[in-house]
Write a protein that binds this ligand. Sequence first.
Ligand SMILES: C[S@@+](CC[C@H](N)C(=O)[O-])C[C@H]1O[C@@H](n2cnc3c(N)ncnc32)[C@H](O)[C@@H]1O
Length: 258
Amino acid sequence: MGLEWVEGFYSRTGSWWGPAEARVSERDRARVRMLRAHAGDGPARVLELGSGYGMTAVAAVEDGFDVTAVELSDRVRHTPAMPGLTVAGGSFYDVTLDGRFDVVCYWNGFGVGTDQDQRRLLRRIAAEWLRPGGVALIDVFNPLVWARLHGTKDHKFPDPSRGYAHELHQEIHFDAATSTAHDTWWDAATPDEKITQVLRCYSPADLRLLLEGTGLRLDTVTSRAPGGLRLLTESYEYTAVLLPVDTGDPVQEGAAER
Ligand SMILES: C[S@@+](CC[C@H](N)C(=O)[O-])C[C@H]1O[C@@H](n2cnc3c(N)ncnc32)[C@H](O)[C@@H]1O
C-alpha cells in the first residue's frame, strides 16, 4: 500500500476527532519536556513533521522554541497563527524549508508507506534539515504490541459533551509478514465508507537496518509513558533518538547510493 490513503485518512478522522482533540494536553507537554531534555534550556529551532492539529507545536512555542510544523491533511486548519510558529501545509516529501534545525521531531506518525518512503524522509532529515550536532526524535510503532491487537474490534459511542459527535467502529489486523498494522475505521452512519491506516512497525533492530545509509544512526530508544519503555508489553510506540552519522565514514556514504 502506498501513500495515497494518507491525506484522506487523517483529514476524515480529523473531522471526527478535531473538535475534541485540537487542544493542548498533557501529552503535548510531555513531548515538550522531551524536546527540552535534548535541546537544553536555550532558544532552539524545532522542525515538527506530521504535526496534526498542531497542538504540540503550540506547546513548544509557549515553552520558548521556534517551531516549523509540516502537515499534509486538513487537520492543519486547527493550528493557530502565533509568533514563533511557522506552519507549512503539504507533504514533508515536497516541502522546501529555510535553514537548519536543532531538533527534528515526528510524534506518533512515522511508518506510513514503504521502507523506501521512510528512507527518503530519513535522508531529508539528515541531509537538509538537521544541523550538525542536532538530534531527531522519532516515535516508532512497536510490532510486539501491535501484533497482540490482531483481530480486535472496538465500538465507540458519541460523547458530545467532550466533542466526540460520531458513533465509530474500529478493527485492527496485523500482517506479520510485512510487520504492518491495518487500522480500519468507519462511521456507523456510513458503514460502506471504511478507511484504513497502514502502519509499518519497526523493532529497534529493524530500525537500525532501515537507518543504514540514511545519514542517521540510532542512539537510544526511550518512552514518555509514565511506566517508561516496556517494549514487550505496553509500548505501542517508542521514541528513537537519532543522531547524524559522521559523514566522513565511507561505508555510510556508499550505502547512501543504494
Ligand atoms: C497519527 S497522526 C499524528 C499527528 C500528530 N503528530 C499527533 O501526534 O497528534 C500522523 C500525522 O502525520 C501526517 N502526515 C503523514 N504523512 C505526511 C506527509 N507526507 N507530510 C506531512 N504530514 C504527513 C498525517 O496527516 C497525520 O496528521
